[in-house]
Design a protein around this ligand. Sequence first.
Ligand SMILES: [Fe+2]
Length: 434
Amino acid sequence: MGCQYFAPCSHGAESFTVMMPKLTFGRGCLSEIGARVAVDGHKRVAVFTDPYLRDSRYLSDVLASLKQSKIDLSVFSEVHIEPNEKSILNAEEFLKNGKFDAMVSVGGGSVIDTAKAATVYATYPADFTDYFGPPVGLGKPVPGPVLPHYACPTTSGTGSECTSVTVLRIDSLNTKFVIGSPHLLPKVALVDPSCTDTLPANTIASTGFDLICHALECYTAKAYTQWDKVENPNQRTLLQGANPWSDMSAQKAMEIAGQYLSRGVNDSSDNEARDQLMWGATLAGMAFGNSGTHLPHAMSYGITHLMRDIVTEGYPVESPFIPHGISVILSAPSIFQYLSEGAPDRHLEAASFLGADCKDAMPAESGEIVSKRLIEMMQQTHIPNGLSGVGFGAADVKALAASSIRQSRAIANAPRESNVTDMENIYLNSISYW
Ligand SMILES: [Fe+2]
C-alpha cells in the first residue's frame, strides 16, 4: 500500500530530501549542552528562553553546563508566547548587540521559533513579511547561513527542534504564517524528557494533540510524487508531502500517542508515559519537518486569530489565549472526516495506529473511524468540546474560513482539495462533538 501511495506520476517529484539535526534523547541530556557547543569551537552563545522558565531547573542546568565548558553567554528571557513582529524585533536587537557565534534555545515552540526568526532578521535585515510566502509576504528565500542553533525543547509537542520552519504571528494581518528555509534547521537538538515531569496536565494534553496532528497530517498528506518535480535540488521545499521517511516516524508517533497520551495527562507521576510522549513529539517533528502539515494546522490559525474572551488555565499569558495544540485539534475530527475521501486507506491505517479498532472496517469508513478515535482521546484528556468549547458559534464560521484560506501551501498539501465553502462546512461540523 505504501508503495502505491508513492507511485510515480507525470511531472511529479521523483526524489525526497531528509534533513535532521544531530539529535540526542534522554533524561539529563541537557547537561551535555556545554560539551556540544565547545566541540564546535563556539566561544559566546545567546541563550533564548521565556519568562516562565527563567528560574527553572532546566535553564539552570543548561547555563551550568555552558559555564563549565567555559562558554561565555548572555540570556534573553523575553520570548513572547506566540512570537510576533515586536517580540522578534526585541530578540533581533539582542542578537545584533551581542557578538554571538552560536545560540541555544531552552523552551517550547515559541522559544525555539523566536531564536530561528531572530537570527534570520539579525543576519539578513528585511521587512518583517519579506521572508513569508505569498499571499502575505514576498517569499524571499533566506539568503544564507545563520547562527548555529542548539535547540532544547521543554514540552512534548512542538517538534520545532527538528524542523526548518518558524511560525510567527503577523498582527497587522491578523494571521500566523511560516518562514521556511534549510538554514533554519537546528544544528543540534537535545531532547530531555525530564522537562515534562512538572508540566500541568492541560499542557501535556495540548502539546500531545499537537504531536498527534503533526503525525496524522504527515501520514495523510499528499504524496511527494504528486508535487511538481523541481529542476534545482536546492529549491526542493521541505514541505514536500508524505514520503517513506515521514511515514516511518509519523506511524510510530501515532502509536505512542494512542498508547500513552491519556496516561501522561491523567497521572503526572507516570514518567514512562511522559517520556514516551516526548519521544513521540520528536518523531512527529522529524516527520513534519520533512513532509509538512496540512488542514488542521492551516485551520487552527483562523481560531487563534479570532478568539476572544477565552482564558486557558495554567498558562501565565494574557488572554485571549488558546494553546496551539488545542487550536489544532478542535476542528481535526471534522477535517479528517472530510479529507478521508482523498486517501481512505491512509486514514484507516492512521486510525489503527492511534488505537482505533479497525477490524473488518472498510476504507470508506475511515473518516468516521479516525474522527471517533480523536474525539474519544479528546474526552479522555479533558479537551474543550469543539469550537463551542472556546467560545465560537455558527455565526463565526465565515470569518474563520476567510482567515484560514490564506494558508495556501498547507492547504495544497492535503489529500483532498478544499475551498472556502468546504472550510465553512468543516468549521460548522466542529462546533461540538458530544
Ligand atoms: Fe503544531
